[in-house]
Write a new protein. Structure first.
Length: 93
């Protein structure tokens, strides 16, 4: 798994960001679910991002929910995007 993680980072995530920056573009990554080390992949992007909007479930009139119980989002996922951004001095998350 470590080898695959290294290959994913070195042969895809970092070259993709370098290629984009050479064209004046910025990359955005939602690395959760990635087969590589999440913090490394989030850090390789110009703008690490996540999808969760808040720490609690927001009621939505007319929204049909699944059969399972609703669970609040896990804030640790937010930290996976913000931690590498903070450590690497990235202003946008």
């Amino acid at each position: 798994r470590e080898t695959f993680s290294d290959l994913f980072l070195e042969r895809f995530a970092q070259p993709w960001t370098e290629w984009s920056e050479a064209r004046g573009w910025q990359t955005r990554t939602q690395a959760h679910g990635s087969p590589a080390h999440l913090l490394d992949v989030y850090g390789a992007a110009d703008i690490p991002e996540t999808e969760f909007l808040g720490g609690q479930i927001l009621p939505s009139p007319g929204l049909r929910e699944g059969a399972g119980p609703a669970e609040p989002p896990v804030s640790l996922v937010w930290r996976c995007a913000s931690s590498p951004a903070h450590v690497l001095g990235k202003r946008l998350v």
